[in-house]
Design a binder for this molecule. Structure first.
Ligand code: F6P
Length: 522
């Protein structure tokens, strides 16, 4: 293994792992337990997770065996933690109050661009082209803070599907439109194809120098320059910022154009507060660590295959895909740092939808389905609108009620009483009660933001980043690469050439792929 870290022992060979697993199995969720952690301005209620002195002791031993403190220090001080790509993952350096000259200088250039555009009331339309980490964070922030509308009309184009760019540009006046091309690598095929199409659209409108209408955001200055982007409108970030962590970088330019430059400073401050909490809070009070530990219990000991994210906030809809990328691209690994198969299940599938819509979509499955899934409920104590009684109280009540139903359940006896009280004949009541009972004991977290602000959203995103990192340390995997996605990209490139007739049919295809390549290339 390339680093100063010792070998990563297979988890089930560790006595502390076996104690951890046993303690978790022996500890049911206790509805009378109350545990609310304070972290970076958020309240993280982990009451509905398994906890016991034995589990806490085994957790400490497990973290020690995995050299958690050393890994955390390496993460937060910019040392190489992405071993397969020999890189740091130093997104935390983008949110310290006094960043390096390199970071501060690039940020100022980017903010100056936004300030000037605002002062001149320029760029009525912004088309943000990017995918994955170059897209989700920006969508999330703009939906969160621009939900009531913004004076700039912002469109997002990520998909290679031509309907996406067609719809993204439709009806806009090119003369009033800024195209933001956001790509760390500046080679992602979806983004480059869409950027090319947007450029053609600008040219087609007779705009003399279409690049004046283009901003490039990238870690690959050379590729952006070769593509034609103006250096004065190219804003950089660096290899040590992973794509799924890049909302803290120049990638946030579109956010600033849409919802104001102060948003970025607020998010950075909140994330930094969470970084400090993660760096210093003892394990038992450390919210990211505690979320990580219960996540490992749920996934690797109890076998839950997924984690449901339930933001009880209409503005946080994009939190779901944002966290899907963060969690699943980071933890969708089954080989440890030594190159051996991890012998316990790792990262869960992440899915969800804002409540209360989710209640009317899939919550039945969470309440009474045969598999179930742990749920992260996320809610703001205060709304930003003025209808507390008529709306927000109902939202809060729904959030608490769903969580309680999953935790405490409803016994057969309770259900039977209910059925009898409704006047059903005894035999019918006994039959009906079996359908109405809930087993309960389903674990969840409740994350409470005082209200949604740049600060609290920043803290929330950093909370999940550090949770994911801690889980990777426990599982002994690299959360910062994504070789599976890279392999798919390479295959897609080859098949594209075959479909265009620029390459012969690849003899290595499976039978079905070969069949469809032949059909599609006509
Ligand atoms: O989905 C794979 C991925 O490499 C992500 O990690 C990244 O956020 C996305 O593609 C986009 O990459 P880029 O910013 O280089 O265009």
């Amino acid at each position: 293994m390339m680093s100063s870290f010792p070998e990563v022992a297979p988890l089930d060979s560790l006595a502390c792992w076996r104690s951890f697993a046993q303690a978790a199995q022996n500890t049911p969720v206790n509805p009378q337990r109350l545990c609310v952690l304070k972290a970076g301005g958020l309240l993280v209620d982990t009451s509905a997770q398994r906890a016991s002195p034995e589990l806490a002791q085994a957790t400490e031993a497990l973290l020690q065996a995995r050299q958690f403190e050393t890994w955390r220090e390496h993460l937060l001080t910019g040392q190489v933690v992405n071993l397969t790509e020999n890189r740091a993952a130093w997104h935390s350096a983008l949110r310290v109050p006094a960043p390096s000259q390199q970071v501060a200088g690039e940020r100022e250039r980017m903010l100056d661009f936004v300030r000037l555009a605002d002062a001149e009331r320029k760029w009525r339309n912004v088309v943000h082209i990017g995918i994955g980490g170059s897209d989700w964070g920006v969508r999330l922030c703009i939906a969160a803070f621009g939900y009531a509308g913004t004076w700039r009309n912002v469109r997002f184009v990520s998909n290679i599907d031509g309907h996406a760019i067609e719809g993204g540009l439709a009806g806009l006046d090119p003369h009033e439109t800024l195209v933001v091309v956001s790509s760390k690598s500046f080679t992602t095929s979806e983004t480059m194809q869409n950027a090319h199409r947007a450029l053609e659209w600008l040219k087609g409108a007779g705009i003399q120098n279409p690049y004046n209408h283009v901003v490039a955001i990238t870690a690959n200055a050379q590729a952006a320059r070769e593509w034609g982007a103006l250096p004065s409108q190219t804003f950089l970030f660096w290899e040590w910022v992973g794509g799924r962590f890049s909302i803290w970088s120049s990638v946030a330019l579109t956010t600033a154009l849409a919802v104001g430059i102060d948003t970025l400073a607020g998010m950075q401050a909140g994330a930094h507060a969470m970084d400090q909490h993660f760096a210093t809070a003892p394990v038992a009070e450390n919210a990211p660590v505690q979320l990580a530990v219960s996540g490992v219990v749920n996934r690797s000991v109890l076998g839950y295959g997924s984690l449901n994210i339930a933001p009880y906030d209409f503005r946080l809809g994009y939190l779901v895909p944002y966290l899907q990328q963060l969690e699943m691209e980071s933890l969708g690994k089954s080989v440890d740092l030594n190159g051996n198969a991890v012998n316990v299940p790792t990262g869960p599938a992440v899915w969800g939808m804002p409540g209360t819509d989710a209640q009317h979509t899939f919550f039945q499955w969470l309440h009474q389905g045969s598999d179930g899934a742990p749920v992260d409920f996320i809610v703001c104590q205060e709304a930003n609108h003025g209808w507390r009684e008529a709306h927000h109280t109902h939202l809060l009540a729904n959030c608490l009620a769903q969580r309680q139903a999953m935790l405490t359940g409803k016994s057969y006896e309770q259900a039977l009483q209910e059925c009898r009280a409704e006047g059903h004949a005894e035999e019918h009541a006994q039959w009906l009660a079996k359908h109405r009972m809930h087993t309960g004991g389903r674990s969840s977290n409740l994350i409470v933001l005082p209200r949604l602000s740049p600060y609290t959203l920043g803290a929330l995103l950093a909370l999940y980043e550090h949770k994911v990192f801690t889980q990777a340390v426990i599982w002994g995997i690299n959360p910062f690469d994504q070789w599976g996605v890279e392999y798919g990209k390479v295959l897609a490139k080859g098949i594209t050439q075959e479909l265009k007739g620029q390459a012969p049919l690849n003899g290595g295809h499976d039978a079905s792929t070969r069949y469809w390549v032949e059909v599609f290339r006509g």
